[in-house]
Ligand binder design. Structure first.
Ligand code: ADE
Length: 243
């Protein structure tokens, strides 16, 4: 998968894209990154990227022509990607969006800065994405969040380290609790079933604990969850155990 990042601050991406999982995936050609400095498309002597808002008011606005020139360059050199613009008013990013993005061969991430972008940039992009209901000073941190969540869903990126199917949100549930050595820590014991070697019992325990955790910590997720017969029976047991 190819990520093209359009930013005014390319150096922000240097370390995060050169460590651990992403670094390994790049070395294996599973991921490719093109980092485009939007400022390179400025035409005036000061390489201006922002300007005062029409109508007045505080703050500066990112200019539309620069973004447009940068996108034309990307289309010419790499072929047209799907363009995603980070703004606080986009659709909220979720595991579902991550899965959808992981099936797109070439995704371009447009990082806005300053107080905002010229509204006409919206007409150039395919979608707007927010990573949550708070305001960042730019899209770069959001781009890194998306790259992390999407990359690990690309086949072979995780290798045999883990399966993304089992984990939180994969099926609309939170992940079950995990333990490793020691068996006892400050009086807290690892649940016996996990030491039993009985795979069917372990599977059932994990499913039930996944349900319990979701019901307790994120009841909102249960509204969209489609339980199987076995799940329904676990949910009844959990409710009884809570009485
Ligand atoms: N830019 C500013 N705030 C943002 C947010 N919450 N998500 C994505 N991009 C942003």
């Amino acid at each position: 998968m190819i990520f093209t990042i359009l930013t005014l601050f390319p150096s922000i991406f240097e370390s995060p894209l050169n460590e651990t999982l992403i670094k390994k995936a790049r070395d294996r050609d599973l991921l490719q990154f093109n980092i485009i400095n939007i400022r390179d498309f400025a035409t005036d002597i000061h390489r201006t990227c922002d300007d005062a808002p029409f109508g007045g008011g505080a703050g500066m606005v990112m200019k539309v022509e620069l973004m447009h020139s940068a996108m034309e360059h990307v289309n010419r050199v790499y072929g047209r990607p799907r363009y995603v613009l980070f703004t606080p008013h986009g659709r909220t990013f979720s595991q579902e969006t991550a899965a959808r993005f992981s099936r797109i061969p070439h995704l371009a991430l447009l990082c806005g800065r300053y107080e905002g972008v010229d509204e006409r940039i919206l007409s150039l992009v395919d979608e707007e994405v927010s990573i949550g209901d708070y305001v960042l000073s730019g899209g770069e941190a959001a781009a890194l969040v998306i790259i992390d969540a999407v990359s690990r869903l690309i086949p072979d990126v995780l290798g045999n380290e883990a399966s993304p199917v089992d984990e939180s949100f994969g099926e609309g549930l939170l992940e079950y609790p995990q333990y490793t050595r020691p068996r006892e820590f400050m009086g807290m014991e690892v649940p016996g079933v996990l030491l039993s070697g009985n795979h069917e019992e372990i599977r059932k325990w994990r499913r039930k604990e996944s349900l319990r955790r979701t019901i307790l910590k994120r009841p909102d997720l249960m509204e969209r969850f489609q339980p199987t017969k076995e799940d329904a029976s676990f949910i009844r047991q959990i409710m009884e155990e809570m009485e």
